[in-house]
Design a binder for this molecule. Structure first.
Ligand code: ADP
Length: 256
């Protein structure tokens, strides 16, 4: 069907090493993603989180095991189809030298209604910033354009997040696009993002655990394996790595 969207994703015992290297980065990963739920993939830097998203976007092929989308092997879809399934934002998101409106609307060329743009801008906390720009939503962004206004790192990140919200039927992957924000700003942003993306499936990746409480299911990755999965409360009860990371980071979130 034309507008097929993702009902399920399954990783079945996936092993992966980057081409030209010998070390497995993913070592037998299995999990299932279901439509409409919010997932967080957490773990230390280098544990393999981003690699999982690269396999989902089929930038690489698995060495062993399989990835199924709606029950069908990921290699049996066209690349265009794969791209149509996902809205992704990485840390090194794109900054386009075009207007605010176009920067956000690029997320959905078929559906650039003003109302939707305003809604997503509000969700990412940019409403007042944009309204204060010389030409509002029509202000050109970036320094290369005449009259262009450059935004701060954190504001650009919010633009990139807004872009993913424009297409409603996609599965959203947020791979630490909030690195320029402090942990509390990140956690507030994800809260609002989650409200507007409530019916969309989302996977967000972080080594900061303040926002993982918002996820229905947390996948804890360590050294290329899934160490544990469950809700925040379940993982806290296990007295393992998740709890340890959470307690270490707790001071980032305490009211000063
Ligand atoms: P995380 O997202 O958890 O920080 P990554 O998935 O980015 O971790 O990386 C996992 C491991 O894979 C790291 O050791 C990293 O150095 C290695 N890696 C990432 N990209 C490549 C690549 N293109 N070629 C070889 N090794 C890579």
């Amino acid at each position: 069907p034309e507008n097929e969207d993702i009902q399920t994703i399954e990783f079945n015992n996936v092993y992966f090493k980057y081409p030209g290297t010998n070390e497995y980065i993913l070592k037998g990963i299995s999990f299932k993603i279901e439509k409409g739920k919010h997932y967080a993939i957490v773990g230390k830097n280098g544990s393999g989180k981003t690699t999982i998203t690269k396999l989902l976007l089929r930038l690489y092929q698995v060495n062993r095991g399989e990835i199924l989308i709606n029950g069908k092997n990921i290699s049996d879809y066209s690349i265009e189809k794969i791209h149509s399934f996902f809205s992704v934002v990485y840390q090194d998101y794109a900054k386009y030298a075009i207007s605010v409106k176009e920067n956000i609307g690029i997320g959905n060329l078929n559906y650039q209604t003003e109302a939707r743009i305003k809604e997503v801008v509000e969700a990412v906390g940019l409403k007042s910033v944009i309204e204060d720009l010389p030409e509002g939503y029509n202000t050109p962004l970036g320094k290369v354009l005449k009259n262009g206004v450059d935004l701060s790192g954190g504001q650009w990140q919010r633009i990139a997040l807004a872009r993913t919200l424009m297409r409603e039927n996609t599965l959203k992957i947020l791979d630490e696009p909030t690195a320029s924000l402090d942990p509390i700003q990140e956690s507030n942003l994800y809260k609002n993002y989650g409200k507007i993306a409530k019916d969309s499936t989302t996977i967000f990746i972080s080594h900061r655990l303040g926002s993982t409480k918002l996820a229905d299911i947390i996948l804890l990755i360590d050294d290329g394996k899934i160490l544990s999965s469950g809700s925040h409360e379940e993982l806290m009860r296990e007295q393992g790595l998740y709890r340890e990371m959470f307690c270490k980071q707790k001071e980032w979130y305490d009211e000063k």
